[in-house]
Write a protein that binds this ligand. Structure first.
Ligand code: FES
Length: 146
């Protein structure tokens, strides 16, 4: 059911933890499954993501997607981090079963929520970033094409 990469990231998740005085923190959840994901970003003065950590209270796929998402945004510029979509995370994990697609959406939204928090704290606008939703609903998932 799960790819080897998903299993590997689930068993050895990267970047677990929190960042004290993080530049941005984003928390999102899915009311239906009850899973919650929080992402911390450490962004330097040049807008580069120096560090990224996560805490996920959720299913195995949510842990694996958080782990991969943090790996993908680390070392990137804010604009490049915006390209780390749930699709990119899923591809990096060699796919997810259809019922688990929403778990990867949580990862994308948690990154966006952390970037939003950063932008608000710094009074800046990040191109293409919309105010994140704190709850990722089923109806919105169905609009995604996979
Ligand atoms: Fe909801 Fe995985 S089952 S995040």
């Amino acid at each position: 059911m799960y790819s080897e990469k998903v299993m590997e990231h689930f068993e050895n998740p990267r970047n677990v933890g929190e960042i004290e005085n993080a530049s941005g923190v984003g928390t999102v959840g899915n009311a239906k499954c009850g899973d919650i994901m929080r992402i911390y970003l450490d962004i330097d003065d040049n807008g580069m993501i120096q560090d990224c950590k996560f805490k996920t209270f959720g299913c195995g796929a949510a842990v694996a997607t958080s782990s991969m998402a943090t790996e993908l945004v680390k070392g990137k510029s804010i604009q490049d981090a915006m390209k780390v979509t749930n699709k990119a995370v899923m591809e990096a994990l060699d796919g997810l079963p259809p019922v688990k697609v929403h778990c990867s959406l949580l990862a994308e939204e948690a990154i966006h929520a952390a970037l939003w928090d950063y932008a608000e704290k710094h009074g800046i606008k990040i191109e293409g970033l919309e105010k994140p939703k704190s709850d990722i609903h089923e109806g919105e998932e169905e609009k995604e094409e996979y």
